[in-house]
Structure formats: structure tokens, C-alpha cells
Design a protein around this ligand. Structure first.
Ligand code: SF4
Length: 292
């Protein structure tokens, strides 16, 4: 069995920098991360092991924590000001590409467009984007467009980890539903997301089985799995190497591996090492006999 890694996979620079900010701080300063630093249980375990908490503002008030960190997903200026007013020392690990999305949304609003965000309403990044613009509409499916208020112009941005084909579908539908309105789209999908999406599309054409590694609640990891499925691959979305089952690879000649932007390098390496083990066992005819 051949094991092929995608040409782009795993940790992006935004998550790498945010992790470094959290981990390389003076150890005598207790730190609480506002929300989840990334959507990955293995990262959470590592942070917990180093005494770093993750929480919400309400939990913090009673905890005595003074130092807090905004995650790579960013936050609204309104929330930032609230935390500072409540007396917290706020460090900021917002990814520059999320900042860019905030800047583009602000510019569109200043230019008179009704703000529309393509993304998941309850995602931290989208809450941050919408937080400074109470009128902003969040859409994710074509039917959401029917709930938009009728306006002369719409300024549209994307949650950084949404796939571009989805944005194109929604923009076309928006133009159909509001044919007289002006629509300005600002493509705020981040390059690491696009690179990983394109790479998984290419990889899915070359392999029979695709293993996608990353948190089950990670939006960009789930998108990678969906792309693999749409390309006709058998896809297994796992968070850690222990989940791999030998029977998934019986008779398989090529397996692809990719990972979301919040997946640690060592997690992907462990998955590939386990697959190598399966490959050897396949040659020896002992695959079925492998136990965890
Ligand atoms: S996925 Fe993109 S926007 Fe999000 S942290 Fe990584 S580089 Fe930044």
C-alpha cells in the first residue's frame, strides 16, 4: 500500500503563531484563552497539561485570571473593549488573515453596503466579524438568502475557512434573488485553506482511501473530508492515529493523508507511521491480525 501525503496539509502559520504565543509565555503568568485556541482535542490536551485554561469571560470573573489571549479566530472590537474594561490584560493572537477579513467588512460597511458574511453563525470567527456590525447577515445555505433584508447593495465576505465553490454558488443565488441590487464580493478565504482544498482535490483523484486528520469540530478539516467524498474517495476522518482500523485498508493499494489547519505535525506523523505498519502487514499477509 502506497501512502501519499497531500502537497499542502496541516498547521497553518496563523495557528502555529497562536500556539507559540500561548506556549512560550512566562510560566509564572497564568493564562486563560478566550474560547478554543483551535478546534483540536489533542491541542487542548497539550494546553491543559501546561496549565493553560480555556474559558469564557463569565467563567474568568470568578477565577482570578488577569491575563487572557484572543485566539487566531479573532474577536470584535466591542468584545476586546469589554475585556479590557473588565480589567483583563488582553494579548491578541488573531491571525492576520482574519484581521484582513475584519478590515474588508468595515470598508464595505463604510462604503454603504449591507454586510453579509458567508460562514457559520456560531463559529468564533464569525461571531467576531459580526460583533461590531449588529446589522450583519450571516448565510451558509441558499435558503438563508431568502431571509436577507432587501437592500440596494450587499457587501459580501467569507469566513476564512469556507470553500470558494460554496461562495460562488451563494453569490450567484444572491444575484438571482436580488437582481437589481449591487453585489460586491471580497474574497477573504485564506490562502492556506485554498491550498489545502486544492491539494486534497488533486490527491483524491490519485488514491482509493483518504484519511483526513483533525478535530471533528474543525470547519476546515470537515471541508477537506467533504471534498474527498465528493471526489468519490472512501474517507475516514480521524483525530488521532489510534482510531485507524486495519480492516479499512484490506486490499487497498493507495491511501492519501491530509490534515486540517489545526492539526499538529506530530499527529500526522503518527498517522503515517501507523499506515506504514499496516502496509508492511499487508505485504506479509498479517493485516487482519494487527491489534492496537
Ligand atoms: S486557517 Fe487561515 S485564517 Fe485561520 S488561522 Fe490559519 S491562516 Fe489564519
Amino acid at each position: 500500500m502506497k501512502i501519499k501525503r497531500a502537497s499542502h496539509y496541516g498547521l497553518c502559520f496563523g495557528v502555529r503563531d497562536a500556539l507559540a504565543r500561548a506556549l512560550h509565555r512566562p510560566s509564572h503568568v497564568p493564562l486563560t484563552i478566550l474560547g478554543e485556541l483551535v478546534h483540536n482535542p489533542l491541542v487542548e490536551e497539550e494546553l491543559r497539561a501546561r496549565g493553560i485554561r480555556q474559558g469564557r469571560l463569565d467563567d474568568l470573573r470568578s477565577s482570578g485570571t488577569r491575563h487572557v489571549l484572543i485566539t487566531a479566530h479573532g474577536a470584535s472590537n466591542t468584545a476586546r473593549a469589554q475585556w479590557q474594561a473588565a480589567g483583563f490584560e488582553v494579548a491578541d493572537a488573531t491571525c492576520p488573515l482574519v484581521r484582513r477579513a475584519h478590515d474588508q467588512l468595515r470598508r464595505l460597511v463604510q462604503d454603504g453596503f449591507h454586510p453579509v458574511i458567508i460562514g457559520k453563525k456560531d463559529h468564533a470567527e464569525v461571531r467576531g466579524l459580526a460583533g461590531d456590525f449588529p446589522d450583519a447577515s450571516v448565510i451558509l445555505e441558499e435558503r438563508d438568502i431568502l431571509t436577507l433584508p432587501s437592500r440596494d447593495s450587499y457587501g459580501v465576505i467569507c469566513q476564512t475557512t469556507q470553500p470558494l465553490p460554496l461562495a460562488r454558488i451563494l453569490l450567484a443565488r444572491l444575484a438571482e434573488v436580488f437582481p437589481k441590487s449591487r453585489i460586491q464580493f471580497c474574497d477573504t478565504i485564506c490562502q492556506p485553506t485554498k491550498d489545502r482544498q486544492q491539494a486534497v482535490e488533486n490527491l483524491a483523484r490519485e488514491v482509493q482511501v483518504l484519511v483526513v486528520v483533525g478535530g471533528r469540530s474543525s470547519n476546515n478539516t470537515r471541508q477537506l473530508a467533504t471534498t474527498g467524498e465528493q471526489a468519490g474517495c472512501m474517507v475516514y476522518h480521524i483525530e488521532r492515529h489510534e482510531e485507524l482500523q486495519p480492516r479499512w485498508f484490506a486490499g487497498i493499494e493507495t491511501v492519501g493523508v491530509t490534515a486540517g489547519t489545526s492539526t499538529l505535525d506530530k499527529t500526522v506523523d503518527a498517522v503515517c507511521a501507523r499506515l506504514e505498519q499496516f502496509s508492511t502487514a499487508q505485504k506479509l499477509g498479517t493485516l487482519e491480525g494487527i491489534v492496537r
